[in-house]
Design a protein around this ligand. Structure first.
Ligand SMILES: [Zn+2]
Length: 449
């Protein structure tokens, strides 16, 4: 293996990255060992948040010789970062002391919005990782790529654009439906011949709804080769619906503002490969706090080996997942994780039952009469929790029989009686764009308000 990958912070874009993507797992482990030692030393010197925590438990950088010692480092939770922000406003002590070239922030769908600093090198590396993702998912030089992520504090609009440009693709930066309205985006995608659409899964379905309402045939009037997603979970039923409607492949990527661009689906689309030269992923048993073996489900904990500013060292992100132990038939040696099943923070208690709003997705996607937008609304009426599903309908009228089917399906997936409210097409979408559509909120909790 090329010595360059050890001597400096080098996480290249394609084609140079192919060397690492298919490297022997021992070489990847060596890059990780080197990356972790460097990261721990860097945090000790430049990031007070980590140094103070490590000093408290009597840890010194010399104690961490490589990945085998990572369990000695304390796990960091979202709550700890939020406390640090409150105690040390406005940026906390976890950003680090080097100059930043920009700030990106979490959207605050759960908890408070958290700022994350980016150094020039961080930014460049995340762009390279995006280039690796997009290249694997079919993008090459000259391809017209329409980016419909919000260009704002939310990170993927900018970083996916950097990645596509590194591949020599031609970016059409429309931004989300709140910036360039969806009708205009449909027209641009058609007239300018976009081949790839980068958007959240829910927007891909809404985009399809709008294009069809405008009288277009999704398969004949567009030249889309693939849809590429990030920012929201992509359950199998949703992917199936997207692919049936668009007549092309849909690719998932999992990431967040905190982490950058850590995972991607390869051409086989059977789990999310982890960029293991740049990240170290662990799955933690929520009961014991110990790292679980591959194949067992627990809470994902991420270490960003490359990050200079706002680095993460064993950050518990709150998503349930597991690592897939078998190698992938694509030949990449990066391990894979399963698609995220549930986000612990999204869980709500309704009449004593734990409800995961994402579970309603499979019911909504089952019926062609229903539109893409839905949400669960929880409220208190006469001192009792009530929950209802609001969902848009495509058809002019919907039978009572269908409503009853939906009602019965919801009891099965949510485990609780849920009222069904059918809304005219566009109602929820309008509300989402008024709010600046970054991620569509699937839960509206009106209790105690
Ligand atoms: Zn693969």
């Amino acid at each position: 293996m090329d010595k360059r990958f050890f001597e400096k912070w080098n996480y290249p874009a394609p084609p140079e990255s192919y060397l690492i993507e298919k490297a022997n797992p021992e070489i990847i482990r060596e890059i990780q060992n080197h990356g972790l030692r460097r990261l721990v030393r860097h945090c000790w010197e430049n990031v007070p948040f980590y140094r103070s925590r490590w000093e408290k438990v009597g840890l010194h950088p010399e104690d961490i010789r490589g990945i085998e010692d990572i369990g000695k480092l304390p796990i960091v939770t979202k709550a700890e970062l939020e406390k640090d922000l409150k105690d040390n406003p406005p940026f906390g002590t976890f950003q680090g002391s080097l100059p930043a070239c920009r700030i990106q922030s979490s959207t605050g769908t759960t908890g408070m919005p958290k700022p994350f600093f980016q150094s020039k090198r961080d930014w460049d590396v995340i762009g390279n990782l995006w280039a690796r993702r997009l290249n694997t998912q079919g993008i090459t030089a000259g391809d017209p790529v329409q980016v419909s992520f919000t260009y704002a504090l939310f990170i993927p609009g900018f970083t996916s654009t950097e990645g596509a440009m590194k591949l020599g693709a031609m970016v059409i930066p429309t931004g989300s439906g709140a910036v360039t309205n969806t009708e205009r985006q449909v027209t641009l995608a058609r007239d300018w011949g976009a081949k790839f659409l980068l958007m959240t899964p829910s927007f891909a379905l809404y985009f399809a709804d709008v294009a069809e309402k405008m009288g277009y045939d999704l398969k004949k009037d567009f030249q889309i080769k693939s849809l590429i997603h990030v920012g929201e979970p992509l359950p199998p039923t949703m992917r199936q619906r997207i692919e049936e409607r668009w007549g092309c492949l849909s690719f998932d990527n999992w990431g967040s503002v905190e982490t950058g661009a850590p995972t991607f689906e390869c051409e086989h689309r059977n789990g999310l490969h982890i960029f293991e030269d740049a990240y170290y992923f662990e799955v933690i048993d929520p009961e014991t706090g110990k790292s679980l073996p591959d194949g067992e489900e627990g809470i994902l904990t991420v270490t960003t080996l490359f990050k200079e500013l706002s680095p993460l060292v064993r950050y518990s992100i709150g998503d349930y997942t597991s690592i897939i132990p078998e190698p992938c038939s694509c030949g990449r040696s990066y391990r894979r994780m399963t698609n995220v099943r549930a986000r612990i923070d999204d869980m709500v208690k309704v009449r004593g039952s734990a409800v995961y709003p994402m579970s309603a997705e499979q019911v909504v996607r089952k019926y062609k009469e229903l539109g893409s937008e839905y949400r669960l609304v929880v409220d208190t009426i006469n001192n009792q929790d009530v929950i209802k599903l609001q969902v848009e309908v495509m058809a002019e009228s919907v039978s009572e029989e269908l409503k009853e089917k939906i009602y019965n399906d919801l009891i099965v997936v949510l485990g609780i009686k849920t009222e069904v409210e059918l809304l005219p097409f566009g109602t929820l979408a309008q509300e989402a764009s008024a709010g600046g559509r970054i991620k569509f909120k699937r839960l509206l909790d009106l209790r105690n308000k």
